[in-house]
Design a protein around this ligand. Structure first.
Ligand code: ADP
Length: 510
C-alpha cells in the first residue's frame, strides 16, 4: 500500500530525529467534514505539522454525507477490521484518501447500527455510542495495522475515551509507547453515557470507572463523562485560547469540569488556534472574484459588488455588516438578531450566513428571513455554504461576533485576514485576538484591529457597532488604516504549530 510506504519513509526520518509521527483522531476535518471550527483546526494544524517535516495521518469516520468531492484517490486501505464491541465484534472497512494533501483514513462500520450513515454528523440520540465506537475502532485500526505513532492527538468529547482505552487496555496489547495530546474545542458538549458504554467498549469494571477520579461525571452520579476521561488520562490537555483556558478553569464556562481541570492543571494550558494561510487568503482565494492584499486593499470593493449582485442587495454607499456562524445560544443569537436591525437603522446593509443548531432558533430566523425578504439592504442565508462564506469575508466591511462564550473563534481571525473589521464581545479567544481601536490600553494604537464590548446586552453591541459605522462613514482613511492593521496580524498556524510541537516533544516516549 502506497500510504504504508510513505509512512515507512517518514518513520525512518523520525528515527533519524527529523520529525515525529503524529496521528490526529477527530470527528471533523475541513473541508471534507466540517460543521464548525473543529474541522478547520484539524486540517490546518495537520498541514502545519507536516510542512515542518513530521509525518501526520488522520483517522475520521466515513460519513455518508461528507464532501467526497474533496477526497482524492479514495481506496481500500484495510478491508477486514474487526472491532470488539459488546463481547462480539463489528466488521469495518478502512479507506484511505488524500484531502488537499493530507493522508486520511476513514472508518466504515458494517452493522445494523448504521453509525455514520445518518445524513448528518451530529445530533442523533445515540451520538455517545457512535463516537465511543469510532474511538474504539480508531485504536483497533492502529493496533492491527501496526501503526505506532509517537503522539495520538485527540479532539473534543468524541475522542475522549481514546486515552482511557489506550492506558487501560491497548498499552497491554503493544501500544505502551504511544502518548496522547487532547484538545478541547468546546466544553459545552462533553459526551455522557451510562454503564453500557463501558460494556460496549470492553472497559467493563463499572465500580472502577465510576470513581470520581476516573470517569464519573462531577454532577450526574449515574453517568460517565467522555471529556473528563480525556482530561484525566491524556498526557497533555489544552483548550484553544489562553483566555478560554483561564475561563474554563475559574468560571462556569468549564461546564462542570473546572474542578477536574484544577486537579490536572500541571498538564493543562491554552493554545490559540490558527487559520490556514492557503485556504483563507484574499490573495489566492479560489472562491472570490477579485484577489487583493494589504497593498491593493481597494480591490476588495469588487468583491463587495459581487456579493451584492449575488445576494440581490442594492448598490449604495453603505457598509456591509456580516455575521457568519452557527446560530446557537453559544453565539449570542439574540444579539445577532438585534444587530441586524441596528445595522439597518444606522445606514448599513447586513448579510447573515448561518445554520441553526435547534428547531426553535431556526424558526425564529426563518421568520425574520421572510419578514425582511423584500428589503434590498439585507440578506439572511440559512444554510451551510463554504463558498459563500469566502465571498462574504471578502465583500463585507465588518463582521459581528457577539458570542455568549467563545473558546477561540475563527470568524474574527478570518475577518481580520480579509480586511473585514471585527466587532466582538470580550470573551474567550476573542479577547486574545481583537483589540479595541478606541479603548484598548494594552496595545499601542497601531496594533489595534477592531471593536470590543463587554456586556451581553443591546446597548453594548449598539455602542460598538456605532463606533465602527461612524468611522466608516466619516473617516474613510482611518477606517482603511484599521483594516490594514487587522490584515497585518499574524494568526497563521506558525506560532500554534510550534506550541503543539513543543507539547508533543515534551510528552513523547524517548
Ligand atoms: P464554531 O467552531 O464554534 O462553530 P468558529 O468561529 O471556531 O466557530 O468556526 C467557525 C467556522 O465555520 C469558520 O470557518 C466559519 O467560516 C465556518 N462557518 C460557520 N457557519 C457557517 C456557515 N453557515 N456556512 C459556511 N461556513 C460556516
Amino acid at each position: 500500500m502506497i500510504e504504508n510506504r510513505i509512512q515507512l519513509i517518514f518513520v525512518k526520518r523520525v528515527k533519524q530525529g527529523v520529525g515525529m509521527y503524529v496521528v490526529q483522531i477527530a470527528s471533523e476535518c475541513a473541508p471534507v467534514i466540517k460543521a464548525g471550527g473543529l474541522g478547520d483546526v484539524v486540517y490546518g494544524l495537520s498541514t502545519e505539522l507536516e510542512s515542518r517535516g513530521n509525518c501526520v495521518e488522520l483517522i475520521l469516520p466515513k460519513y455518508d454525507c461528507m464532501r467526497y468531492d474533496h477526497i482524492w484517490g479514495l481506496h481500500d486501505a484495510y478491508k477486514d477490521l474487526w472491532v470488539p464491541w459488546y463481547g462480539g465484534a463489528i466488521h469495518c472497512s478502512v479507506y484511505c484518501g488524500w484531502v488537499h494533501g493530507r493522508v486520511c483514513f476513514f472508518i466504515e462500520p458494517h452493522s445494523q447500527d448504521n453509525f455514520f450513515n445518518r445524513g448528518c454528523y451530529y445530533g442523533c440520540d445515540d451520538d455517545n455510542m457512535r463516537f465511543a465506537f469510532f474511538s474504539k475502532a480508531a485504536l483497533e485500526f492502529l493496533l492491527q495495522s501496526n501503526k505506532r505513532p509517537d503522539v495520538i492527538h485527540c479532539h473534543d468529547w468524541q475522542t475522549g475515551l481514546i486515552p482511557v482505552m489506550l492506558y487501560e487496555m491497548y498499552k497491554y496489547y503493544g501500544m505502551g509507547s504511544q502518548r496522547v495530546a487532547y484538545t478541547i474545542h468546546n466544553f459545552k458538549h462533553q459526551g455522557m453515557g451510562g454503564a453500557e458504554i463501558l460494556h460496549a467498549t470492553g472497559l467493563n469494571r463499572e465500580p472502577y470507572y465510576f470513581q470520581y477520579d476516573k470517569l464519573r461525571d462531577n454532577f450526574n452520579p449515574f453517568a460517565i463523562n467522555f471529556m473528563k476521561g480525556g482530561i484525566v488520562y491524556s498526557n497533555s490537555v489544552n483548550t484553544v485560547s489562553p483566555h478560554h483556558a483561564w475561563e474554563a478553569h475559574h468560571t462556569d464556562v468549564g461546564c462542570g469540569l473546572s474542578h477536574t481541570i484544577g486537579l490536572h492543571e500541571n498538564k493543562y494550558r491554552g493554545i490559540l488556534n490558527g487559520i490556514d494561510d492557503q485556504f483563507w487568503n484574499p490573495q489566492n482565494d479560489r472562491y472570490i472574484p477579485e484577489h487583493y492584499s494589504i497593498d491593493n486593499i481597494d480591490a476588495k470593493a469588487k468583491n463587495k459588488k459581487a456579493l451584492r449582485e449575488r445576494l440581490l442587495l442594492r448598490d449604495v454607499n453603505k457598509p456591509i455588516v456580516a455575521y457568519i456562524g452557527r446560530l446557537d445560544a453559544q453565539k449570542g443569537v439574540n444579539l445577532v438578531h438585534h444587530s441586524i436591525y441596528h445595522a439597518l437603522a444606522k445606514d448599513a446593509q447586513y448579510v447573515l450566513l448561518g445554520s441553526a443548531t435547534g428547531a426553535d432558533i431556526n424558526a425564529q430566523f426563518q421568520y425574520e428571513k421572510n419578514y425582511l425578504n423584500h428589503n434590498p439592504d439585507v440578506h439572511l442565508e440559512l444554510s451551510f455554504n463554504e463558498e459563500l462564506a469566502h465571498l462574504i469575508y471578502a465583500g463585507a466591511d465588518m463582521i459581528v461576533v457577539p458570542s455568549n462564550y467563545e473558546p477561540c473563534g475563527l470568524t474574527q481571525m478570518i475577518g481580520l485576514k480579509y480586511g473585514t473589521v471585527p466587532i466582538v464581545r470580550a470573551v474567550g479567544g476573542l479577547v486574545n485576538t481583537v483589540f479595541d481601536r478606541d479603548y484598548e490600553t494594552g496595545k499601542p494604537p497601531e496594533k489595534r484591529n477592531g471593536y470590543v464590548f463587554n456586556d451581553m446586552d443591546y446597548h453594548a453591541v449598539d455602542f460598538a457597532m456605532e463606533r465602527a459605522l461612524w468611522l466608516w462613514h466619516n473617516e474613510k482613511d482611518q477606517y482603511r488604516m484599521l483594516m490594514k492593521q487587522g490584515m497585518e496580524c499574524d494568526y497563521s498556524w506558525n506560532n500554534p504549530g510550534s506550541e503543539y510541537l513543543g507539547i508533543y516533544e515534551s510528552i513523547r516516549d524517548k
